[in-house]
Design a binder for this molecule. Structure first.
Ligand SMILES: Nc1nc2c(ncn2[C@@H]2O[C@H](COP(=O)(O)OP(=O)(O)O)[C@@H](O)[C@H]2O)c(=O)[nH]1
Ligand SMILES: Nc1ncnc2c1ncn2[C@@H]1O[C@H](COP(=O)(O)OP(=O)(O)O)[C@@H](O)[C@H]1O
Length: 227
């Protein structure tokens, strides 16, 4: 069997994790895993962990580590034969340690984007809540203003994308991400990309992955559709 490839993408809210993950999944055939999608799937399916997670999300809180790992690790065990890229997990050092004990990561991408850029992007971010599709009124606008391209349903803006909530979210990200980044740096798997435009960062990520992902795993790996 081809060697598998496991990667994590990290970065503050608005840094382009979703946008870049989508490009990586398409270009390299990795399964794209999103912790936010797992949480929403579990809430929709009314699993025990989903019911518990919902009580935190409703209060605008992060889901506690033990609930997150209970949600995610079994899903990762189903993926033992696939290459994947994870977005949104780990978000704490405890989660990083739990992930560590389940699998060996090959690579971590960390996005380093200036605050002003994040603020501008998020104030322009619109979301289709049912699918998680993300638009930006300048960068990738929907075909019809205010409507999802596929379903035609209305787009919404998250309250926590508003500038007043953003400062606190970014400060929180820096505090919790630092030890995780240090951990991956010490393992020699961290790659940091800085800049203000995804289109300028993408070629560097693309060429890095081209050297790291075994070409056989690009064809052997089946794309796992996410809801
Ligand atoms: N103007 C601009 N917007 C971008 C760029 N890259 C991503 N975006 C938009 O910025 C917002 C945040 O990106 P997203 O991928 O959702 O970031 P995440 O929160 O890290 O997953 C979305 O509305 C994207 O469409 C860029 O280079 N320029
Ligand atoms: N790794 C995680 N640790 C704790 N909570 C998480 C994690 N991933 C997702 N969540 C929870 O699920 C919610 C939705 O996640 P996500 O789609 O990544 O949205 P956002 O980028 O707005 O935080 C988060 O706001 C958080 O409550």
């Amino acid at each position: 069997m081809a060697k598998l490839f496991r990667a994590v993408i990290m970065g503050p809210p608005g840094s382009g994790k979703g946008t870049i993950s989508e490009r990586i999944a398409q270009s390299f055939g990795l399964a794209r895993l999103s912790s936010g999608d797992f949480v929403r799937e579990n809430i929709a399916a009314n699993t025990d962990a989903g019911v518990l997670a919902k009580t935190y999300i409703e209060r605008g809180l992060l889901v506690p580590d033990h609930v997150m790992t209970r949600l995610l690790l079994p899903r990762l065990e189903e993926m033992t034969r696939h290459s994947w890229l994870m977005d949104g997990f780990p978000r704490t050092l405890a989660q990083a340690k739990a992930l560590n004990s389940t699998c060996d990561l090959d690579l971590v991408i960390s996005l380093n984007i200036p605050y002003e850029t994040l603020k501008e992007r998020l104030s322009d971010r619109w979301i289709h809540p049912a699918s998680g599709r993300v638009y930006n009124m300048g960068f990738n606008p929907p075909h019809v203003q205010g409507r999802d391209d596929i379903s035609g349903e209305p787009l919404i803006q998250h309250d926590d994308d508003k500038p007043e909530a953003l400062v606190a979210r970014l400060r929180h990200y820096k505090d919790v991400a630092k030890p995780i980044i240090d951990l991956y740096k010490s393992k020699g798997i961290l790659h940091t990309f800085s800049g203000t435009e995804t289109d300028r960062i993408w070629p560097y990520i693309n060429s890095l992955l081209s050297t790291k992902i075994p070409s056989t795993s690009q064809t052997d790996t089946q794309r796992i559709p996410m809801p």
